[in-house]
Design a protein around this ligand. Structure first.
Ligand code: HEC
Ligand code: HEC
Ligand code: HEC
Ligand code: HEC
Length: 376
């Protein structure tokens, strides 16, 4: 290897990084407090701030894939398509990618011209990049830093293991750990992609005339609703929604005899209760999905209807009477109740609510005050 090239002047290089997206294309929007992340915002931010960010490298440290299910594969493919358009310089494959079959991942990566780095014979183990005459080596094999280059390791190992690795200037992880501040070891600066892409990192390297890293700055850029979306990526996400709707249409139709009766039936005997329920947000939960084009997505429908995947709601065409968060979500299925009114229905406790009011979806959930709002 040649001695470090003389670059002539001091300079800076921004490394924009993500890692551990875990299939998150965009946040659900259930609560403003957790409404962070999403590929359309990421791309929108980079486009809008290109000048200030340059010169920059854009990398993903791996573990971006969703599960190996039909919907999960659609997500993973959508993610890679978006990465191709956003222009990632390197995308590492981690443990989540390793479990996906090669006959799925390989053609998809080719199709979208993804610069993959992976510890696998199917892909390259490194990507070389030249920015402003800086020789940058992006690799995934901890044994392989190269002399005279800026060495950046993309890996899914955890922080404590990364601390023992030598010879790399920067180590970017996708371990699902939250590293609020970079860790500086004798040789490397270690950072980790924020889980599910709620924010992305910008690591600014200061380099001397020989290209040696002399200092660094780090900042997180949160991806909140204030960030303008990239329209091209929005289109890709909308295409994904249509494909998901197609998947749902292919699955089997529900049984006609359901254990769920639906609110219209309860109204025959409990009209006042139905009227006051209609004033709660639960009665409009399905239209919230329609507003954002997600009314065919099982991952959303499950909490915004009654009895989805349990013989209740299936689709607006097949089971319109079971849309929204209805009576039977809390009181239990009503069919047995009809033959014996004395038989007590399921007692309603906080645990019923917590099935849907999770930390991520409903960070403000508080049982007494929420109960007050649904009194009927
Ligand atoms: C685990 C259950 C759950 C899942 C899954 C879920 N939601 Fe929600 N969603 C909720 C709850 C609970 C609220 C109410 C949160 C609150 O106000 O405390 C909510 C609220 C919302 C709202 C805000 C409605 C308003 O008042 O303006 C939107 C929009 C929404 N969800 C969309 C989605 C989308 C899109 C998905 C799928 C990507 C989804 N939800 C998946 C439980 C869920
Ligand atoms: C099947 C899932 C589900 C269950 C179970 C559930 N909720 Fe909800 N809840 C939702 C969804 C979805 C919304 C958002 C409705 C919308 O605006 O789209 C919501 C909204 C609410 C809101 C309105 C919040 C606001 O922003 O004003 C209150 C209050 C509430 N739920 C209370 C409760 C309580 C109390 C329980 C338990 C007794 C409960 N919920 C059980 C899904 C559920
Ligand atoms: C989000 C959960 C939730 C939903 C949705 C809901 N309820 Fe309730 N309901 C409760 C809770 C909580 C109580 C009061 C505590 C209790 O008695 O279990 C209650 C009380 C009642 C009672 C009085 C019970 C008694 O012992 O006096 C009736 C009747 C009732 N609900 C009917 C309905 C009907 C009909 C609907 C649909 C239109 C409905 N509820 C929707 C949670 C819910
Ligand atoms: C044909 C009339 C009828 C229908 C339909 C009906 N109920 Fe009832 N329900 C009753 C009667 C009668 C009682 C017992 C007397 C009372 O408390 O009002 C009762 C009691 C209840 C109670 C309070 C007692 C308990 O066991 O907790 C709840 C909650 C309730 N019904 C919910 C529902 C729900 C939800 C539906 C729709 C799925 C429904 N009911 C449909 C007639 C009906």
């Amino acid at each position: 290897m040649a001695a470090p090239a003389a670059y002539g002047k001091e300079q800076v290089l921004n490394i924009i990084y993500t890692g551990s997206l875990q299939g998150e294309l965009e946040p659900c929007g259930c609560s403003p407090k957790t409404d962070f992340g999403g590929l359309a915002r990421l791309s929108g931010y980079i486009k809008e701030n290109k000048k200030g960010l340059s010169p920059y490298l854009l990398v993903d440290a791996g573990n971006f894939s969703s599960e190996d299910t039909p919907q999960g594969r659609l997500k993973t493919e959508t993610l890679l398509k978006a990465y191709g358009i956003i222009g990632y310089d390197a995308v590492a494959f981690g443990k989540r990618e390793a479990v996906l079959p090669a006959d799925f991942l390989l053609p998809v990566s080719h199709k979208y011209k993804i610069k993959v780095v992976a510890d696998s014979p199917n892909y390259s183990r490194a990507v070389l990049k030249n920015i402003n005459k800086l020789n940058i080596h992006l690799g995934t094999n901890p044994e392989g830093p190269e002399k005279g280059k800026i060495n950046i390791l993309l890996s899914d190992i955890n922080v404590s293991d990364a601390k023992t690795i030598k010879g790399w200037d920067v180590i970017i992880l996708s371990s699902e750990e939250i590293l609020e501040e970079p860790v500086k070891t004798n040789s490397a600066i270690i950072v980790a992609g924020y889980p599910k892409g709620k924010k992305f990192g910008i690591l600014t390297l200061h380099l001397d005339r020989t290209g040696k890293v002399t200092d660094f700055r780090h900042k997180w850029q949160p991806l909140g609703a204030d960030i303008k979306e990239d329209k091209a990526i929005r289109q890709i996400l909308n295409d994904y929604d249509s494909q998901v709707a197609g998947l749902l249409k292919k699955t089997e139709k529900p049984l006609t005899e359901s254990a769920y009766l639906g609110t219209a039936k309860c109204a025959e005997c409990h009209q006042p209760f139905v009227e006051s329920w209609e004033k709660t947000k639960h009665a409009k939960a399905f239209s919230s999905l329609e507003h954002v084009g997600k009314s065919f997505d099982p991952e959303c429908v499950i909490c915004h209807t009654v009895g989805f995947a349990e013989g209740g709601f299936f689709s607006m065409e097949a089971t319109p009477g079971l849309a929204n968060v209805q009576c039977e979500v809390c009181h239990g299925t009503g069919r047995k109740h009809l033959s014996d009114f004395e038989k007590p229905l399921k007692p309603v406790t906080v645990y019923v609510c917590l099935k849907c009011h999770t930390n991520d979806r409903s960070p403000d959930f508080n049982y007494p005050s929420y109960l007050e709002k649904i009194k009927h």
